[in-house]
Design a protein around this ligand. Structure first.
Ligand SMILES: C[S@@+](CC[C@H](N)C(=O)[O-])C[C@H]1O[C@@H](n2cnc3c(N)ncnc32)[C@H](O)[C@@H]1O
Length: 228
């Protein structure tokens, strides 16, 4: 099966508050969308959702693919020192968008990542997106805690692998992990790492080899749409 570069319409763009303009992640939404349609995952879990740019991009792909899969967003919806502390309006916006466009797909889990982990069976998550607090210690903890929940051939996405300022340490963890496991990465929009810590299915062999083509394509698209 070939990788398809879709031209999706993200329904959450119709909402009266712009979600994509409220996120440093938005430059990855086309890749995330195409990845989900390629993988057809049964379960996606996101650690760190904020306004939902990444989360709703996953949800849109599941919806358009017509899958009965579930996408879980885990967040306290209080913010942290890196994203800034924010008010209740953010959670209410996310909930409203779920109700409007993604009610049969999306599940909001409003708690800490550590409190949520026992709700998921081992080896049950096909795509795990780690985008919480960004110190080396925090992201390493999230990775170690959630790794048992990832399925064989599952994918972990890490945001901010190319952000080197302040206390951000995702790049340090990423530089270690990508040496040990099949992986590819995007540098634009603060960077997105794509890791297969439990091996990759056959259909990803060719995609990993074509990583440079994908990097160029999504970086260009991100710049073109003003989202990088
Ligand atoms: C960088 S933002 C997520 C951005 C989002 N993925 C996007 O597409 O815009 C990080 C989020 O993680 C949440 N967060 C950080 N640490 C957390 C923890 N330990 N448990 C639950 N939520 C946490 C914060 O509340 C914040 O909303």
């Amino acid at each position: 099966m070939d990788w398809i570069y879709y031209k999706p319409l993200f329904e959450y763009d119709n909402y009266h508050i712009s979600i994509k303009d409220n996120s440093a992640w938005s430059g990855h939404r086309n890749f995330a969308y195409d990845l989900v349609r390629f993988m057809k995952p049964k379960k996606i879990v996101e650690l760190g959702t904020h306004y939902g740019a990444s989360f709703f991009s996953f949800c849109q792909a599941l919806k358009d693919e017509g899958l009965s899969s579930k996408c879980f967003a885990i967040d306290t919806w209080q913010g942290d020192e890196h994203s800034g502390l924010y008010g209740e309006d953010v959670f209410l916006t996310v909930k409203d968008i779920v109700d409007l466009y993604y009610s049969s797909i999306a599940e909001l889990v409003r708690t800490t990542f550590d409190e949520a982990v026992s709700r998921f069976e081992d080896q049950s998550i096909n795509i795990l997106h780690i985008d919480g607090y960004h110190t080396f210690e925090a992201v390493s903890h999230d990775y170690q805690t959630w790794l048992p929940k990832l399925s064989d051939n599952g994918v972990i996405l890490f945001h901010d692998i190319s952000f080197y300022d302040n206390e951000f340490g995702v790049y340090k963890l990423w530089n270690m992990l990508k040496e040990d496991y099949p992986a590819f990465e995007f540098k634009h929009a603060f960077g997105l790492g794509v890791l297969f810590p439990k091996g990759n299915s056959k259909k990803f062999n060719e995609i990993i080899q074509r990583a440079t083509e994908l990097q160029k394509r999504y970086e260009k698209l991100s710049k073109y749409t003003g989202l990088s």
